[in-house]
Design a protein around this ligand. Structure first.
Ligand code: PMP
Length: 431
């Protein structure tokens, strides 16, 4: 496969952009080799600058749940563009968007639109602090909530991949207010809550964690967090930036039946445009400015083009419940194929899976938290990644990421991916 153009673009990019990329994981540091520069995408395929085609399992890290350049979203954006790109004033579309979100996500009564997942989580935490008058938060090791200072403590995703879970530039004062517990460890959370009684504003969690690879909540974990938060007056924040509108129409909270006080959203909500949102109980959301004392704003928030893309996406998902059955089927077919491949090759790697998200961990240990995720052989993962790429399958370039499926995958694509998986595993074992 010739990737000379990508290679020379990367060399040039490094002169002008830190590390040549606008988000660290894109640099392929964890898997070796050079990143591919993508020119276009359609359905399940990415096309790079050298004209190579890849079947892909990332879908822009989640948003493209219907595949790339879906005609409905494309049309909504094109229709909106001729009415100007931004007003900085209220629009009808924002109202429709908010109404639809509150209808789809069980715990949201009011919602504020922002421009990214990071903004959503930062705002949610400020709100929880303003609402409770408390300072500290609890987050979970390996969970990633964007790059807000409070969250770059034992963070997952690119922060793990680049080997700096605790970023330079985060002050001790901020770090002191972030307490961390292992994912799935209720006892550790209880201990932190007891030791900091009356001081914890929020517990923030990815209810299904996707940033240390995919890690599922064990039965009782989310319920336990809910009970503890209710008892102690702590605001429970579900970060559903990845899982919202993906694992069910109403996210994990609908799928698993545990309701948070605040939910943060991103990715699918913008249909591929830069959008995030945070929403929850009226009583809490009315603490946000201009009605309440918690300040949060945005020049481009509720941007008409972004709202048009997001609305088209959410309307489609809301009126086509078969999308979720389809995604479950695609996920099940792929994962049972992977499991069969591992069996045939006598391998016992761990696969975590729910709906249209999954991870293959290069470890034979069950992966239930960040420590167990880190038992994975990341060098082997790098080889697997490269072997798959050579066969035209584009995976997330890190062991510590989930894969995201779209409805654009047909049975034929699934067979192609499974075949590549078998051959890649075989290849890396003999190397
Ligand atoms: N929360 C979660 C759970 C995420 O996965 C991400 C990004 N992958 C974010 C927050 C941050 O979102 P963004 O990259 O849009 O700032």
């Amino acid at each position: 496969m010739i990737t000379d153009t990508s290679h020379s673009l990367f060399e040039k990019a490094k002169s002008y952009i830190p590390g040549g990329v606008n988000s660290p994981v894109r640099a392929f540091k964890a898997v070796g080799g050079n990143p591919l520069f993508i020119k276009s995408a359609k359905g399940p395929y990415l096309y790079d600058e050298d004209g190579n085609r890849y079947l892909e399992l990332i879908n822009s890290w989640g948003p493209m749940i219907l595949g790339h350049a879906h005609e409905l979203i494309e049309k909504a954006v094109k229709d909106a563009v001729s009415s100007s790109l931004s007003f900085g004033a209220p629009t009808r579309k924002e109202v429709e968007m908010a109404e639809l979100i509150t209808h789809m996500v069980p715990s949201i009564e009011k919602v504020r639109m922002v421009n990214s997942g990071t903004e959503a989580t930062m705002s949610a935490i400020r709100l929880a602090r303003g609402y409770t008058g408390r300072a500290k938060i609890i987050k979970f090791e390996g969970c990633y909530h964007g790059h807000g200072d409070s969250f770059l403590i034992a963070a997952g995703s690119g922060a793990v991949t680049t080997g700096v879970p605790d970023s330079a530039g985060v002050t001790k004062g901020t770090a002191n207010d972030t307490l961390t517990a292992p994912f799935n460890d209720l006892q550790a959370v209880q201990t932190l809550a007891d030791a900091n009684k009356g001081n914890i504003a929020a517990i923030i969690v990815e209810p299904v964690a996707g940033n240390m690879g995919l890690v599922l909540p064990q039965p009782g974990f989310l319920e336990g967090l809910r009970q503890l938060c209710t008892k102690e007056g702590i605001v429970l924040v579900f970060d559903e930036v990845m899982t919202g509108f993906r694992l069910a129409k109403g996210g994990v909270q609908e799928r698993l039946g545990v309701l948070p006080d605040i939910t943060t959203l991103g990715k699918i909500i913008g249909g591929g445009m830069p959008v995030g949102a945070y929403g929850g109980k009226k009583e809490i959301m009315d603490f946000v400015s201009p009605v309440g004392p918690v300040y949060q704003a945005g020049t481009l928030s509720g941007n008409p083009i972004a709202m048009s893309a997001g609305l088209a996406m959410l309307h489609y998902l809301n009126t086509h419940p078969e999308v979720y059955t389809q995604l479950e089927n695609i996920g099940n077919k792929l994962v049972s194929g992977f499991t069969e491949n591992l069996k045939k090759l006598g391998l016992s790697y761990t696969i975590n899976h729910i709906g249209s998200m999954f991870s293959i961990f290069f470890t034979d240990k069950p992966v239930v938290d960040f420590d167990s995720a880190k038992t994975s052989d990341t060098v082997l993962f790098g080889k697997y990644f490269q072997a798959m790429l050579n066969k035209g399958i584009y995976l997330a370039p890190s062991q510590y990421e989930s894969l995201f499926l779209s409805t654009a995958l047909t049975d034929e694509h699934i067979q192609t991916i499974l075949q590549a998986n078998y051959e890649s595993l075989e290849e890396i074992l003999v190397k």
